[in-house]
Design a protein around this ligand. Structure first.
Ligand code: ADE
Ligand code: ZN
Length: 347
């Protein structure tokens, strides 16, 4: 049995049960699969090797990344393609100790290219069912509206998804943030909430703390995706700590997109210390060089997190998850057992 003396941070993180709550399915196409899909669908690419693709994954900011990300979506054409990328991500997440994954899907990026909605949904939902059956990993789907498009388009998407309502967890908001404040989507979010869906939104990634406030007050989100900019508004941080509205933070993404200059400057630990329900996630793992465990470890190293802080992040992930209460309690018990084991105490 591993004890405190023998368990490295990497081993502690690897065995820590966790939920991942902020990742985009389209952001998890690994270069190898990307090339295979392009060939399978006869899609012409600017790159001809995995190395060339990886070399292209250098971004100046969010829009620079989104341009490549939306272009990359062209390799996803048939249900089988959506299935394969989703199944691959869930396999990796399971290997990282993820018990429950909530995934974002930007259907407008596909239907706008002429891909039928049922291709997208059948592929993704089929892979989720398979992963549950084969690995026991729980998975939920959150459809994100693209904020550079109009609210009318978001409402039309919501209507088109009606046949899949029973299989969706909720709705969110992603894409280019600055210039597209949460208030632009107030009616869309009102409708999602009236239909009984969970609602989340990207806010405060590149946008200001005021966008975080808008997401909370106008959209009434139950979780904030990123939320970094709240650190500029002490009263907002205090309100987040009091309400325990969770933040799904993505440290390696923030580093790669220039949201922070270094991981040492990331607000995650300051927010954790302030009592905010902070969680760690991968966002677009194949583009940003790391899955969820890589993100935990990068924070551990840059911010000096000890095992207690890492366990708090994992507990927060289940507190923040949209999952049945019995599963949440089971996951929390499994975290306690792992912490005991890491301390050399019989679990
Ligand atoms: N879509 C995919 N990744 C995103 C990010 N980091 N911010 C906003 N929208 C996204
Ligand atoms: Zn995101």
């Amino acid at each position: 049995m591993a004890t405190t003396d023998t368990m490295t941070p990497a081993q502690f993180v690897a065995g820590l049960p966790k939920a991942e709550l902020h990742m985009h399915i389209e952001g998890s196409i690994e270069p190898g699969l990307f090339l295979r899909l392009a060939e399978r669908n006869s899609v012409a690419l600017r790159w001809d090797s995995e190395e060339a693709l990886r070399a292209a994954y250098r971004f100046t900011d969010l829009q620079d990344f989104l341009d490549l990300y939306y272009d990359g979506c062209r390799v996803l054409v048939r249900a089988e393609d959506f299935h394969d990328v989703t199944r691959d991500y869930l396999r990796r997440a399971h290997a990282d100790g993820v018990l429950h994954a909530e995934m974002f899907l930007g259907v407008q990026g596909h239907t706008s290219r002429g891909v039928p909605l049922d291709m997208v949904m059948n592929g993704v939902l089929g892979a989720m069912a398979k992963a549950q059956a084969e690995d026991g990993i729980g998975a939920g789907l959150i459809v994100v509206a693209q904020r550079h498009r109009s609210e009318e388009e978001a409402l039309a998407m919501l209507e088109a998804l009606r046949p899949w309502y029973p299989r969706l967890l909720g709705f969110g908001l992603g894409g280019a943030e600055v210039g597209h404040p949460p208030s632009k989507f107030a009616a869309f979010f009102r409708r999602c909430r009236a239909l009984g869906f969970k609602v989340v939104a990207h806010a405060g990634e590149e946008g200001p703390a005021a966008y975080v406030r808008e997401a909370l007050d106008l959209l009434r989100v139950e979780r904030l995706d990123h939320g970094n900019a709240c650190i500029d508004d002490p009263a907002l941080v205090a309100a987040l700590a009091a309400s325990r509205v969770p933040l799904t933070m993505c440290p390696l993404s923030n580093l790669r997109l220039g949201v922070v200059d270094s991981l040492a400057a990331h607000p995650l630990k300051r927010l954790l210390d302030a009592g905010v329900c902070v969680t760690v996630n991968s966002d677009d793992p194949s583009y940003f060089g790391g899955y969820v465990n890589d993100n935990y470890l990068a924070c551990q190293q840059a911010l000096g997190l000890d095992n207690a802080a890492l366990a708090t992040l994992a507990r927060n992930s289940f507190e923040a998850a949209f999952m049945p209460e019995a599963q949440r309690l089971d996951a929390l018990a499994r975290i306690n057992a792992w912490v005991s084991r890491s301390e050399g105490v019989a679990a």
